[in-house]
Write a protein that binds this ligand. Structure first.
Ligand code: F3S
Length: 391
């Protein structure tokens, strides 16, 4: 891999240990994927922020970097942590919260923006065609497919290293030839709800391997529904992008996949692991809610109140919560909780006694049985609200 004189000097340790180790991570990664050079990035987004998913050894590495004066060179945002600062922080064991707070101190010292969201594109929309190093898989698919910025699916360490160096190896999704669809997906029937979009993603992720699909019939899909599709697609497979507009592709040259209505129905059924209709938690906001999704929740709940014994969480970023003030007030008055900086998957729901989670997110329904040790019910927003609310 070609390195500039300055990159070589960083690699040799002339700019300190932190820069050296980060440069070495990027060079090693580039060599693995036959990159010929590093390219500048406009932003980095780091996952592996929650102590629940991170654990102790990576926290020690973050501490060492921060103490060695590592500083970000580009705008660098963070994925959700393991609690919010108003509600869950008071309910979870203090020693776990302290470990999470330590992690945040290290990130802050390195100059990261405390965005704590998996939808960093709501804070600042990346420019079409710009190169990024993002690690959250749902955000990677969304930014490649809907926004048109270019990023590989980074791991936590490579996104961190890219943030410190301001560059990433030039391979994979940074190359135009790797952004072409390799499979044509035809839907038997138009998708009706965010749950069906999520189910399509979950279904395709398992069969596509890393082939980019072009999916027919999505021209009128909302951005929120495309977000659900991309998040679920990334949770079951290695695809980092889907196409939803025909850009002069020769369909006769690529593989065809027909998705039947029964495939979607079956996927939704598979993502529901229990027959109970009384979940401990009803959760929306995976990926973190947009302003429009919060507005929808507030409008649909009317004057209803959350049922006794049921938790109702809406997860989003601080940025969107600020913008959604009047909807937030209404949801909180109803007994629901608007949680920022975290989500049901990256917090310790089991320590809160939550055994069954109902959600409109196929991604959460996919992960919750293992990461939360919870039963799941996957259903569209309206049904989730009907279950969570009385009146
Ligand atoms: Fe975001 Fe948590 Fe879902 S990080 S994509 S809300 S699992």
């Amino acid at each position: 891999m070609y390195l500039t004189k300055e990159e070589e000097r960083i690699c040799d340790g002339e700019f300190g240990w932190a820069n050296q180790i980060c440069m070495k991570i990027l060079v090693r990664l580039g060599e693995l994927f036959n990159a010929t050079r590093l390219i500048p990035i406009n932003s980095a987004h780091v996952s592996g922020v929650s102590y629940k998913t991170l654990g102790d050894a990576p926290s020690d590495f973050l501490e060492a970097l921060a103490n060695a004066d590592a500083k970000v060179k580009v705008k660098a945002t963070l994925n959700p942590q393991s609690f919010d600062r108003e509600y869950l922080c008071k309910k979870l064991p203090p020693d776990l919260c302290q470990k999470q707070s330590d992690i945040m101190t290290y990130f802050e010292k390195m100059g990261f923006t405390e965005s704590l969201t998996c939808t960093p594109y709501y804070l600042e929309n990346p420019k079409r065609g710009s190169h990024l190093a993002w690690a959250e898989s749902s955000a990677v698919v969304y930014t490649n497919s809907v926004i048109g910025a270019w990023t590989n699916r980074e791991g936590g360490p490579s996104a961190l290293a890219a943030a410190i160096i301001g560059k990433t190896p030039d391979y994979g999704m940074h190359k135009v030839e790797n952004r072409q669809p390799k499979a044509l997906v035809k839907l038997e029937k138009q998708l009706q709800s965010e749950v069906e979009f999520g189910a399509l993603g979950n279904f395709l992720g398992k069969i596509l391997e890393d082939k980019i699909p072009i999916i027919q019939g999505l021209q009128n899909a909302s951005k929120d529904n495309l977000k659900h599709l991309g998040a679920a697609l990334a949770s079951t497979g290695m695809v980092n992008m889907f196409c939803h507009e025909n850009r002069g592709i020769k369909f006769n040259e690529i593989e065809k996949i027909n998705v039947e209505t029964k495939d979607i129905k079956q996927t939704i059924e598979n993502l529901t692991t229990t027959s109970t209709q009384e979940p401990d938690l009803v959760f929306v906001g995976c990926p973190h809610c947009s302003l429009n999704e919060i507005k929808q929740v507030a409008e649909l709940i009317g004057s209803g109140k959350v049922k006794d014994g049921t938790e109702f969480w809406v997860c989003t970023s601080q940025h969107i919560k600020e913008k959604a003030r009047k909807y937030v007030e209404k949801i909180e008055k109803s007994g629901g909780h608007i949680l920022t900086d975290t989500c049901a998957v990256v917090t310790w729901t089991d320590k809160l006694g939550i055994k069954t989670i109902m959600t409109n997110s196929a991604k959460t329904a996919h992960y919750a049985p293992t990461l939360n040790k919870a039963e799941t019910i996957l259903a569209p927003l309206k049904e989730c609200l009907k279950t969570a609310f009385k009146g």
